[in-house]
Write a protein that binds this ligand. Structure first.
Ligand code: PGA
Length: 252
């Protein structure tokens, strides 16, 4: 049995006050971590404040990280610092970073190794463009990403890793992949991991769906065999909406 994980990706939203207000209002209401992992990934300057105030059942994540410990990389964030502030998760390779900041699979691979070195659980994002989907090349495309991104990781690490399958055309567009479509691609990703590692690793690793997940569609998505949770942008900003999503995962 894989424990579902719901992660809010706040992107470049919320001031410090707004972020703290969110944590205060959901802290006592998120379901037990025995049933679901509930995470919010915030902008870096507020991470320490949120970690200090996270309740037992809520965890805080970052949205990006460099693959080196330190150096002359203006504007970057290091894993040692994230570990130091007590962050539990880090989103790696989000499609917005791949598109706007030219993140390559090679850099993403190094970031995954770095996250494990510092005990931070990576949420690795993969997913295809509309063009790729329409050309019928989705499975081949995500396979290529997964193979390149996981290079050199051991099976114990891959078991801990979370993958978020996020079709680019479904992010922030209101268009969701149908639950079957999402489940099929997630199964294909699990098969890639099965081929690269083994049955146990593939069955243990959690794969989320992401892209316009909201209270109205979360139940259907989570009812699918291979969807182990969701990475949620827009619908994670409002505390009530976030609570609906994490509670939906309890029923899984
Ligand atoms: P969305 O974003 O839920 O707003 O579509 C998802 C994501 O980018 O992780």
């Amino acid at each position: 049995m894989r424990k579902p994980i719901i992660a809010g990706n706040w992107k470049m939203h919320k001031t410090r006050d707004e972020a703290l207000q969110f944590v205060y209002s959901v802290n006592m209401k998120v379901p037990s971590k025995e049933y679901v992992e509930s995470v919010v990934c915030a902008q870096s300057p507020v991470l320490r404040d949120l970690v200090k105030r996270q309740g037992d059942n809520l965890r805080i994540g970052a949205q990006n990280m460099h693959y080196l410990d330190s150096g002359a990389y203006t504007g970057e964030i290091s894993a040692p610092l994230l570990e130091d502030v007590g962050v539990s998760y880090v989103i790696i390779g989000h499609s917005e970073r791949r598109a706007y900041y030219n993140e390559t699979d090679a850099a993403i691979n190094k970031k995954l190794h770095q996250a494990f070195r510092y005990g931070i659980t990576p949420i690795l994002c993969v997913g295809e463009s509309l063009e790729t989907r329409e050309a019928g090349e989705t499975d081949a495309f995500v396979k290529k990403q997964v193979v390149a991104d996981l290079k050199g990781l051991g099976s114990e690490q891959v078991k801990e890793l979370v993958i978020a399958y996020e079709p680019i055309w479904a992010i922030g567009t209101g268009k969701t992949a149908t639950a079957e479509m999402a489940n099929d691609t997630i199964k294909a990703i699990r098969n890639v991991v099965r081929d690269l590692y083994d049955e146990e690793t593939a069955d243990t690793m959690r794969i989320q769906y992401g892209g316009s997940v909201k209270p109205a569609n979360v139940d259907e998505l989570l009812s699918m065999s291979d969807i182990d949770g969701a990475l949620v942008g827009g619908a994670s900003l409002d505390p009530d909406s976030f609570l609906v999503l994490v509670n939906a995962a309890v029923k899984k």
